[in-house]
Design a protein around this ligand. Structure first.
Ligand code: COA
Length: 332
């Protein structure tokens, strides 16, 4: 893993979509034994957007994708590849990406899903940038999309307070003269901790049965406290070393896009890295943890605020089920 060489890959356009329905902490406190104050203080989340019944991951992905294509001035026929990072695919197969490719009529494109916990979005960006760098793809649509709400146990206060639904997308293409470019990436995994965030039911290990339903195996399970400690321990030194391996001091990163899992995790990591709070993008208050979509949604909103300047460095980082983690640096 390291510094990109070959054709520089640039972000040409971005899009996002979140469902209209909003669930506040107050709403959740009527469902489980919790409170607005507890959720706010422990996570930074105030509300989250949830899909309507029947609104699928491919639907939210398509909406974000269409906006990204329009923003980029790219037609579906121009695309060489569609990559969807998701942990909540409509079905285990087909993947979401082929469905979206079909919905868009991206007739020349291949399509595949990346399923790597909440880090999937960063993995997918790295795949897309690598494909462009190598010359095999010219234009790639990368989407992070989740409809996690049907996979969440709304009687489990450890998990149901955290997650939200939504999608973000970006179109990547070969950089034009003076355009931005991806600089470097580092993708990691610690599979010995594969039991920390799981969805166990309905597949090979636990084929669907009356028993799997009764045991609640068709829901997200999480050892929240262990995840919290893992991330606090691993992420700050990983990010420092990643920056240095990329030839960049952490102080020289203008904007930090952490996976929006928990505001306390983000703030603690930023503090340990000596990052000024104003350089850290936070929107968990509005969306909760949208898993593989979170860094895309954060970037989308940030770009519309017109704060980014030519040459600014943006670092995207995420962690999640696996336990996977990683980072990718972009120069605007
Ligand atoms: N409302 C009220 N009380 C709650 C609660 C809730 N929703 N969830 C847990 N509690 C209680 C616990 O039962 C515990 O009570 P006790 O001390 O009487 O036993 C107390 O609050 C503290 O629980 P703890 O699990 O230590 O809380 P925490 O500060 O670690 O916060 C998380 C819990 C889940 C918010 C936090 O661990 C977290 O965000 N972890 C990371 C999760 C994550 O990022 N997952 C996705 C990765 S992609």
């Amino acid at each position: 893993m390291g510094v990109f060489s070959g054709v520089p890959a640039s972000i040409m356009g971005t899009g996002m979509y979140v469902p209209k329905k909003v669930i506040t902490n107050e709403d959740i406190s009527k469902m489980v034994d919790t409170s607005d104050e507890w959720i706010r203080e422990r996570t930074g989340i105030l509300r989250r957007h949830l899909a309507e019944k029947g609104e699928l991951t491919s639907d939210v992905a398509e909406k974000a994708a269409r906006e990204a294509l329009e923003d980029a001035g790219v037609t579906p026929e121009d695309l060489d590849m569609v990559i969807v990072a998701t942990n909540s695919p409509d079905t285990i197969f087909p993947g979401v990406a082929p469905k979206v490719q079909g919905m868009l009529g991206a007739n020349r494109a291949g399509a595949f899903d990346v399923q790597s916990g909440c880090t999937g979005g960063v993995y997918a960006m790295a795949m897309a940038a690598s494909g462009i760098a190598s010359g095999i793809w010219k234009k790639v649509l990368v989407i992070g999309a989740e409809v996690l709400s049907p996979l969440v146990d709304w009687t489990d206060r450890n998990t149901c307070i955290l997650f939200g639904d939504g999608a973000g997308a970006m179109v990547l293409g070969a950089a034009e003269e003076g355009g931005g470019r991806f600089i470097s990436t580092e993708l990691r995994s610690d599979g010995e901790k594969h039991d920390q965030i799981t969805f166990r039911g309905g597949l090979v290990e636990n084929p669907a049965s009356q028993e799997t339903v009764e045991k609640g195996l068709h829901y997200v399970e999480m050892k929240g406290n262990e995840v919290f400690r893992f991330v606090n321990r691993i992420i700050p030194p990983f990010l420092r070393q990643f920056c240095l391996n990329s030839g960049i001091e952490p102080e020289a990163i203008e904007w930090w896009f952490f996976h929006q899992a928990n505001q306390r995790i983000i703030e603690r990591a930023a503090e340990r890295l000596g990052i000024q709070p104003e350089k850290v993008i936070i929107n968990i208050d509005e969306y909760g943890n949208t898993s593989a979509a979170s860094v895309f949604i954060a970037l989308y909103e940030f770009l519309r605020e017109d704060r980014v300047k030519k040459g600014d460095r943006l670092l995207f980082t995420a962690f999640g089920a696996g336990m996977t983690y990683g980072g990718i640096i972009y120069e605007a």
